[in-house]
Design a binder for this molecule. Structure first.
Ligand SMILES: *Cc1c(COP(=O)(O)O)cnc(C)c1O
Length: 508
């Protein structure tokens, strides 16, 4: 580019530098569209009955409606917003819809949305303390708030997902186990005996995936059977660890699940920890077994004193993850990972190239009660979003009381629906819900249940997802959307009855 081609203002009525900046950001049309968006949001959140919870249409509908090439000439933002409403919005699964009871709740809220405007505007990337001291220190504080709220006073950080958090825990566990084999520092896993890991057969798929990603062979990943309540069988776990040990393998990682995805079943973390400890006299290496606790969904409920039972034994474990983006009114992505021994944890994930080091003055002594963290040494990725802000907005505005009230409301709604279903001979209920998930089936078995499921989805009034537990097909109902009301739960029940009896809504 030659000097002359630079767009330098020539006359006094040329755009000012502020005007040129505004133009680069497309600020003016953004302001106008943001006003429209807040109106749109009011309708979207308060009158969602106007559109179906899920209308997938024909595969490729949206793909074909979007031009195959990007526009040469830019379009007005307003037009793109309209196109979004016409071609993308109708074909989304509406996770905040009153008819959504699928997968697990994925909450959001006004304060979370408001914070996202700020984080997107600032676009700060707090991978190290000096990349955004305010962001890093805020993150440290809100993680402390969360820890105190669930009774876990451990250091931690915010990650994107529970999957990443679990992968980090597995890697920390692997490195701690390998530390005893100096050759492995150079040669990697092959210079050590095989590492073995344990999780329940009901554990989330992300745990097995993390182990595979960390180089653990499938043959050494043991899915331990569960007992009647679908929690891990601690005796079977104990036996499996000893069996591996006697074959010269290194047991290195155990995952407890608090709130399985299929049915929100709970492992007894204390019993798991005891099972690990009881292997020690016989098996010399098991003192380095890393015990990770996956409470992705259910962890939020530990904010309620009456649900704190699930945390029994967690302080003896090594790491704990739960997702505020599931059930704590904070939009995706926001996962909180806590670790008991942060130095061991960070040793496995540290990277310190010259170009990332802190040049700013940073006092490492925590005489004022704070020691700065470089969060890049806490996670797989370098760049990371400023997630602390949305969590701060949410926790500050709802407060502990407000959050507890909403969670209790969700649990009461679950109990209400459970009573309706348990008293109804047309359905079988897996078990009384421990938290917010109910699994139902038809009394005659899988064929009927699958048919019921397909019909419900076709009717498009509610959205549910299925699962298989011990070879049986179940329809899951997960309650916990930010705004779910008693009317929504009762109309879900009516919809189930209407579907079972083949009635249309008009006849009913
Ligand atoms: C949802 C869930 C996960 C996965 O969470 P992501 O944040 O999507 O990775 C893992 N474990 C359990 C128990 C879950 O419910």
């Amino acid at each position: 580019m030659t000097h002359e081609s630079l767009d330098r203002p020539q006359t006094s009525d040329s755009p000012s530098v502020a005007e040129r900046r505004a133009a680069a950001y497309r600020l003016e049309e953004t302001e106008a569209v943001l006003r429209k968006m807040t109106n749109w949001l009011r309708t979207y959140w308060t009158q969602p009955e106007h559109w179906p919870v899920y209308q997938p249409g024909q595969t490729g509908d949206t793909y074909r409606q979007i031009a195959p090439e990007m526009p040469t000439k830019g379009q007005p933002l307003d037009e793109v917003f309209c196109a979004f409403q016409q071609t993308v919005l109708p074909r989304l699964l509406h996770w905040n819809h009153p008819g959504f009871f699928g997968f697990f709740p994925s909450n959001t809220s006004g304060p979370s949305v408001a914070a996202s405007l700020l984080t997107a505007s600032l676009n700060v990337n707090p991978f190290s303390w000096n990349a955004g001291p305010g962001a890093v220190e805020l993150e440290a504080r809100v993680v402390e708030w969360l820890g105190a709220a669930i009774g876990l006073p451990w250091p931690g950080c915010l990650q994107d997902t529970a999957s990443s958090s679990t992968l980090c825990a597995v890697i920390a566990a692997r490195e701690r186990a390998l530390a005893r084999f100096p050759e492995a520092q150079e040669e990697g896993l092959r210079a050590a005996p095989p590492l073995a890991a344990y999780l329940s057969e009901e554990a989330h798929s992300s745990v097995e995936k993390a182990l595979l990603l960390a180089g653990i062979g499938g043959a050494y990943i043991h899915k331990i059977p569960t007992s009647d309540h679908l929690g891990i069988d601690a005796n079977a776990l104990h036996a499996a660890i000893l069996a591996d040990h006697s074959r010269g393998r290194i047991p290195f990682f155990v995952c407890s699940s608090l709130g399985t995805t299929s049915s929100t079943a709970f492992d007894d973390v204390h019993a798991v920890q005891s099972a690990i400890e009881q292997t020690r006299p016989a098996a010399k290496y098991t003192h380095t077994i890393w015990h990770h606790v996956d409470a992705a969904l259910a962890g939020s409920a530990a904010i309620l004193p009456e649900q704190r039972w699930m945390m029994n034994g967690v302080k003896e474990a090594d790491s704990f993850v739960f997702n505020p983006h599931k059930w704590l009114f904070t939009h995706f992505e926001c996962s909180a990972l806590f670790v008991r021994d942060k130095e061991t944890y960070k040793a496995a994930l540290r990277s310190d190239p010259a170009y990332l080091q802190n040049h700013t003055e940073k006092s490492d002594d925590d005489s004022n009660g704070y020691s700065p963290e470089d969060y890049r040494n806490w996670s797989i990725q370098l760049g990371r979003g400023f997630r602390g802000l949305k969590l701060w907005f949410v926790l500050s505005t709802y407060g502990l009381d407000g959050i507890q009230k909403l969670l209790r409301h969700h649990l009461q709604l679950t109990q209400h629906l459970y009573k309706l279903l348990a008293d109804d001979r047309r359905f079988v209920v897996l078990s009384p819900p421990r938290l917010n998930t109910i699994c139902i089936a038809c009394p005659k078995g899988d064929h009927d249940t699958r048919q019921l499921y397909e019909r419900i989805i076709q009717r498009k009034r509610v959205y549910l997802t299925p699962t298989v537990i011990r070879d049986r097909f179940w329809i899951r109902i997960a309650i916990g959307q930010t705004a779910v009301q008693i009317e929504d739960v009762e109309s879900l029940y009516s919809e189930l009855i209407d579907t079972v009896t083949g009635r249309s809504r008009q006849e009913a």
